[in-house]
Design a protein around this ligand. Structure first.
Ligand SMILES: Cc1cc2nc3c(=O)[nH]c(=O)nc-3n(C[C@H](O)[C@H](O)[C@H](O)COP(=O)(O)O)c2cc1C
Length: 344
């Protein structure tokens, strides 16, 4: 990416990008791609990693599916050879199943295993998993403990268990500090807070004060999630809240460049937005990688949403997107890439 020489920032700001020790595992840096269902697959993670993400999370994977060895569940765990390490997130409501699922992850060699305590989707919540666990903090402790015990007993002592959670179920039941303490006591090695309640879903503003509070109240590394949409916001979250790392979800959709831009900014340089040809090159690579993993047709169906995100705000984007939602082959997308390149 071309970098313009920018203003030199203070050493304190430059130190915002640093390795993070998560139990026995050390992430090379503190800029993460968040777990995002329907997005964080092998191809997308490889693209984000190539753009500078220090660690990428899989989307949430069913603990029940893992223990039953479901093929579809296992396909979520594939990764590209270029992604030398990754974090696997699992969801479930039963400590013993979560423990067995953690054990079942041994062949995938995760750098860490994260527990989803934030998913607001009704189907997940009804099963007692995801953000429903915020209503049962003691169970979060039991899940972490059971996973920790299972990993220690099966030669996976070096794999940390971490927890991603919300502020609470709703405004009247904010309990993130209690959940953090319980997770820590259960053996969690790091905490990620998506600073919204379950009731908020993904709307409203994330409460970054809560990130500051949590960082000040625990010895564990805290990663912040919520509203770091751009490099400037990612840097601001690190500067203002004292979190050990920042997780980016929606800001990376169609914009994996947010990682290289943030890295540049944290290094005291001003990263330029990618040129159109670079955007196209990366989007094309994304589709090709995806086809490698899931086959051409499925990759094209999945890539429609990525294409829409990559072309957001681009000249001629609306007419390209209208056609992309019908594209079923790499050849058809190839035509769209060529037309995109030609828009003045
Ligand atoms: C479509 C979508 C899918 C998501 N899937 C997951 C998931 O599988 N596991 C998880 O912990 N969070 C999931 N999240 C939440 C994100 O990881 C993140 O915490 C949230 O979007 C706030 O960050 P952002 O403002 O950077 O988007 C998802 C969010 C979106 C929008």
């Amino acid at each position: 990416m071309p970098i313009l020489p920018g203003p030199r920032l203070s050493p304190a700001v430059q130190l915002l990008h640093h390795p993070v020790a998560i139990g026995p595992f050390t992430a090379r840096g503190n800029l993460f791609l968040a777990p995002v269902a329907g997005y964080s697959d092998a191809a997308y993670r490889a693209i984000c990693r190539a753009e500078g993400a220090d660690l990428c999370y899989t989307e949430m994977v069913s603990s029940e599916g893992l223990t039953r060895g479901h093929e579809k569940t296992n396909s979520l765990l594939e990764r590209d050879a270029s992604e030398s390490e990754y974090a696997i997130q699992i969801f479930g409501a039963k400590p013993e199943v979560m423990a067995e699922a953690a054990r079942a992850l041994a062949p995938w060699k995760p750098a860490l295993i994260d527990v989803n305590c934030g998913c607001p989707v009704p189907k997940i919540v009804k099963s007692g998993a995801g953000s429903a666990l915020m209503l049962e903090p003691a169970k979060i402790g039991k899940i972490v403990e059971a996973m920790r015990r299972a990993l220690d007993a099966t030669g996976m002592a070096s794999v940390p268990v971490t927890v991603k959670f919300r502020l609470g179920w709703d405004e009247s039941s904010i309990n993130y500090l209690e959940v953090a303490k319980i997770a820590e006591d259960g053996g969690a090695a790091a905490l990620t807070l998506h600073a919204r309640t379950r009731a908020q879903g993904y709307s409203g503003k994330a409460d970054w004060h809560a990130l500051t509070n949590l960082s000040a109240s625990t010895r564990l590394p805290v990663f912040g999630s919520g509203d770091a949409f751009s490099s400037i916001e990612a840097r601001r979250m690190l500067e203002e809240t004292g979190v050990s790392g920042v997780m980016i979800a929606r800001g990376a959709m169609g914009n994996p460049f947010v990682f290289s831009e943030t890295l540049a900014l944290l290094e005291g340089e001003v990263g330029q937005p990618p040129t159109r040809s670079r955007r196209i090159e990366v989007a094309r690579r994304h589709l090709e990688l995806s086809a490698h993993f899931i086959g051409e047709r499925q990759a094209c169906l999945e890539f429609r949403k990525h294409f829409c995100a990559y072309t957001k705000g681009e000249a001629g984007g609306a007419s390209l997107r209208a056609e992309a939602v019908r594209a079923t082959s790499i050849e058809e997308f190839g035509l769209l890439f060529r037309r995109w390149a030609e828009f003045a």
